[in-house]
Design a protein around this ligand. Structure first.
Ligand SMILES: [Zn+2]
Length: 281
């Protein structure tokens, strides 16, 4: 099985402690709220590259060293305010994937996950004391009770259910009009990913599945998921849609697919894998 790639393509050395002083320009992934500040270069967007964040003229709430991409230092920054500095455009991450260099887009997603975690753990969840950022590891620690919190990741699954030449696709009321995708859901405490696949398929469309096989994964920073994709075979039951979760679900043949996700999502890779398997194209 072909495993799709949602990994950094250029060499990347992850780190938590940056250099004392920057000799060269660094990439700065600066978020104001949930919007990334970008420069437009032709039809593409890129984060600003400079030696000092102060040159940007934003008020820095927190700064997080990410590591080196192909020898260039990278930082994530949480910036105050809603007005972008001159020359920069604020953009939501969602939908940016096709308009940015893939490595820079992945690092922007990584930054967003780190900032979301950092913003939401300023105070200890156990005793309410203000937490402190650790210098030598990506963690916040409570000075009172020593609770340490690391960036949170929420495992989620995506399942392509197959029945001979057909796949099951569903649409959520949140999707754009006419748009379909494979089933997805979050793992519950105590569950394996395989059990999560079986439960979600059962809950959402009342079907049983078998032959659950891992396909690949994708960091999904909306806001802090790791999406794991699986394929499985229909094993029984009659299609019955859970109205609370889905608007519609049905079996589709590869020649008659509705609009589905594209290259930037692992759902798109899953669906294309199925089409190739069935049609040889
Ligand atoms: Zn505490």
């Amino acid at each position: 099985m072909e495993i799709p790639v949602f990994e950094l393509q250029r060499p990347f050395e992850s780190g938590v402690t940056g250099p004392d002083e920057l000799g060269d320009a660094a990439w700065w992934f600066v978020f104001q709220g949930d919007r990334l500040l970008l420069q437009r270069e032709g039809g593409e967007f890129a984060p600003p590259a400079m030696r000092r964040i102060e040159m940007l003229g934003v008020e820095v709430i927190s700064r997080h060293y990410l590591g080196q991409l192909d020898g260039r230092h990278c930082y994530g920054v949480d910036a105050a305010g809603a007005e972008p500095p001159p020359g920069l455009e604020p953009r939501h991450l969602f939908g940016l994937g096709e308009r940015m260099d893939q490595d820079l887009y992945l690092l922007a997603g990584r930054t967003f996950q780190i900032l979301e975690w950092d913003r939401k753990h300023r105070f200890c969840g156990r005793c309410g004391t203000a937490t402190e950022y650790r210098r030598n590891e990506r963690a916040r620690r409570c000075p009172q009770c020593e609770l340490t919190v690391f960036p949170r990741l929420t495992p989620a699954m995506m399942a392509l259910v197959r029945r001979d030449r057909q796949i099951l696709l569903a649409r959520s009321p949140r999707f754009p009009k006419g748009f379909y995708s494979v089933l997805a859901g979050f793992a519950e405490p105590g569950e394996t990913m395989e059990a999560c696949v079986r439960r979600e398929v059962r809950e959402e469309v009342s079907l049983e599945v078998e032959n659950i096989r891992y396909f690949g994964s994708q960091p999904w920073p909306f806001p802090h998921s790791l999406m794991m994709a699986y394929t499985c075979d229909y094993a029984g039951g009659e299609l019955r849609v859970d109205d609370d979760e889905l608007e519609h679900a049905d079996w589709f043949e590869p020649e008659a697919l509705p609009p589905v996700p594209g290259e930037m999502s692992i759902a798109g890779h899953l669906i294309r894998w199925f089409v190739r398997e069935v049609t040889g194209r």
